[in-house]
Design a protein around this ligand. Structure first.
Ligand code: ATR
Length: 277
C-alpha cells in the first residue's frame, strides 16, 4: 500500500515505456515487505529531471539511455569506478547529516551485472572473452572483464569505434573478417543484432560458435535469440539477456535498501513480464 511513508524509486530515460526494471524492483519490494514504489519516468532534460528527483524526495533511481553519461555533470558525488567507466546507471539520494541538503551519488552496476552473469558459467580470471560491439554496453562488459582478470578481444562493425574501445580497455581489436581466426573461451554479444523485430539476425557466423565454451547475449527480446539457439545447438553453455539485467538491478537494490535482493523472484517477475509483452 502506497502511503506517506513510501520510499520513492524509479528509472529515468527516453524512452522508458518498455523498461522491465519497474516490475523487477516492485516485485522485490513486495517480496521483502518493503514500503517502496518504483516508477518509470520519461525524462528529456536530465538537469531538470535531477532537480525534480531531489526536490521530490526520491531515494534511488536507475538511469538508462540516453542519460548515462550526461547525468554525471549534475551529480554531487560519483563513485570512483563509475567515474572511470564514464557512465552512471544508478543514483542514490541521501540527506546531508548536518545541513539536511539532498546529496546525489552516482554508481555503475552494469559491469558488475555482466560479471555476475558470466561468472555463473565460467571462471573469468585468465579466460579469453570476445565481445561483439563497441557501444556503452560493450564498454561496461569489457571493463568488468578486465577488472576480473580476463583477456578481452573487441570486434565491431565500425572499426574506428571498435579500435577506440580496444585502446581504452588496452586490449586487442579484430574486424568481423578476422573473427574466424580468434580463439576464445567466451563470447558476449552487446550489439542489437537479433533483437525483435529482426529476431532472425545473428551477429557472428554460426559455424564459429562451437569454438566457445560460453555464449552470452544481452538481447532479451526475444529471450532465446538466434545466437543463443545456435550456440546451444553447437554445445555451448548459454546465458540469456535477462541475466545482466537482473544482476545489475540486484546490485542497485542492495545499494538502495541495504538488503539482500530476492533474485529468484526478481527473475521470475522479469520472465512473466516478458511473456506478457
Ligand atoms: P549500447 O550503448 O546499448 O551498447 P550503441 O552505442 O548504439 O548501444 O551500440 C550498438 C552496438 O551495436 C555498436 O557496436 C554497433 O556497431 P557500430 O559501432 O558499427 O554501429 C552494433 N550494431 C548495431 N547494429 C548492428 C548491425 N546490424 N550489425 C553489426 N553491428 C551492429
Amino acid at each position: 500500500m502506497v502511503n506517506g511513508k513510501t520510499s520513492l524509486y524509479g528509472i529515468i530515460g527516453n524512452p522508458v515505456v518498455h523498461s522491465l526494471s519497474p516490475v523487477m524492483h516492485n516485485t522485490a519490494f513486495a517480496a521483502l515487505s518493503l514500503n517502496g514504489i518504483y516508477v518509470p519516468m520519461q525524462v528529456r532534460n536530465v538537469a531538470d529531471g535531477l532537480r525534480g528527483l531531489a526536490a521530490l524526495g526520491f531515494t534511488g533511481v536507475s538511469v538508462t539511455v540516453p542519460h548515462k553519461e550526461t547525468v554525471m555533470e549534475y551529480l554531487d558525488e560519483i563513485d570512483p569506478v563509475a567515474r572511470r567507466i564514464g557512465a552512471v546507471n544508478t543514483l542514490l539520494f541521501r540527506s546531508h547529516p548536518d545541513s539536511g541538503a539532498v546529496v546525489s551519488r552516482g554508481f555503475n552496476t552494469d559491469w558488475l551485472g555482466s560479471n555476475l552473469a558470466l561468472a555463473e558459467q565460467m571462471k573469468l580470471e585468465g579466460s579469453r572473452i570476445l565481445i561483439l560491439g563497441a557501444g556503452g554496453a560493450a564498454k561496461a562488459v569489457g571493463f568488468g572483464l578486465v577488472e576480473a582478470g580476463a583477456e578481452v578481444v573487441i570486434c565491431n562493425r565500425s572499426e574506428e569505434r571498435g579500435q577506440e574501445l580496444a585502446r581504452w580497455l588496452d586490449c586487442r581489436f579484430c574486424t568481423i573478417d578476422q573473427l574466424a581466426g580468434i580463439q576464445a573461451d567466451g563470447l558476449v554479444n552487446t550489439t542489437s543484432v537479433g533483437m525483435e523485430p529482426h529476431a532472425d539476425g545473428i551477429p557472428i557466423d554460426p559455424d564459429l560458435l562451437s569454438g566457445f565454451s560460453v555464449v552470452m547475449d544481452i538481447v532479451y527480446a526475444p529471450l532465446a535469440t538466434t545466437l543463443l539457439k545456435k550456440a546451444a545447438a553447437a554445445g555451448c553453455r548459454t546465458i540469456d539477456g535477462l541475466a545482466m539485467l537482473l544482476y545489475q538491478g540486484a546490485v542497485q537494490f542492495k545499494i538502495w535498501t541495504g538488503k539482500q535482493p530476492p533474485q529468484d523472484v526478481m527473475r521470475d517477475a522479469l520472465l512473466a513480464e516478458l511473456a506478457g509483452q
